[in-house]
Write a protein that binds this ligand. Sequence first.
Ligand SMILES: Cc1cc2nc3c(=O)[nH]c(=O)nc-3n(C[C@H](O)[C@H](O)[C@H](O)COP(=O)(O)OP(=O)(O)OC[C@H]3O[C@@H](n4cnc5c(N)ncnc54)[C@H](O)[C@@H]3O)c2cc1C
Length: 289
Amino acid sequence: MKPAPFEYHAPTTVDEVTGLLASHGGEAKVLAGGQSLVPMLNLRLARFEALVDIGRVDALRTVARVNGHLRIGSMVRQCDVEESAEIGAAVPLLARATPHIGHFQIRSRGTVGGSIAHADPAAEYPAVALALDADLEIAGPSGTRAVTASTFFTGTWATVLEADEVLIAVRFPVWGEESGFAVDEVARRHGDFALAGTAVGIQLRAGVVVRAAIALFGLASTPVRAAAAEAALVGSAVAGLDLVGIGHAAVAGLDPPEDLHASSALRRRIGAATVTRALGRALEEAGVA
Ligand SMILES: Cc1cc2nc3c(=O)[nH]c(=O)nc-3n(C[C@H](O)[C@H](O)[C@H](O)COP(=O)(O)OP(=O)(O)OC[C@H]3O[C@@H](n4cnc5c(N)ncnc54)[C@H](O)[C@@H]3O)c2cc1C
């Protein structure tokens, strides 16, 4: 099928983007890599008066170290993340997540900002942003604002972004030494969205966990932090950890959505197993033999 007719705009600055969005009063949509938006338009699941293609805004493609963070422009593509030694070294969790996203054809167009702004509950990058307490830079007609990932996601495909706002960059904290990171997920076929999965960061000092970040995806309408499991880890000696028990603690109290692919109980079981496996790999990377 073809999309309903729309005006097409290709601005080159962020100000032009926000100006165009504002001038259409909620009837315009940002187009980034198009990997989620274009299928929705083609299937006529959505229609907009205008598309504002942000692919020619060079300022949205930059990557820079800023105050202990790696600032990644929203139009940096997922394949750029996969190939960048700088991003892989500074934010390993982002690099680990990337190969799980769809297929390479999708990653060659899909963007960091597009994935986060789209806010699919089973997507990897929103969980990475949440796990790492990333800050999201948003531009609108009256200037820019930053929000933390913990307040950005409000529901399935829903965020705090207003219709006249654009996500311009994501600032990921860079962790220090003795850190380990892992993403683990289960999908029915390679390239499918995960049934459930986990993004984990662990930092150790002298064999004790000093920092733990666990974000689950596919288990609720937004990615969620496993606060109880994190609390069980921090301050504990690695040698005595019960990773299976922590996996179960991570999903306790969640009531995952049920669909054709998995029951709620199966999603919870998968979630627990992915936490256990991801923690094992992250701890190993952080320095435990
Ligand atoms: C077959 C298939 C399998 C996939 N599998 C996965 C998967 O396993 N994991 C996964 O995470 N994703 C998956 N995806 C989605 C893919 O990652 C998309 O690239 C991503 O969701 C959207 O990124 P995009 O740059 O293509 O954004 P677009 O499709 O252009 O936009 C998506 C939405 O976000 C909004 N948007 C985009 N950028 C911005 C911005 N900077 N500011 C404000 N709003 C913005 C758009 O208006 C639109 O509503 C899959 C897609 C397909 C087609």
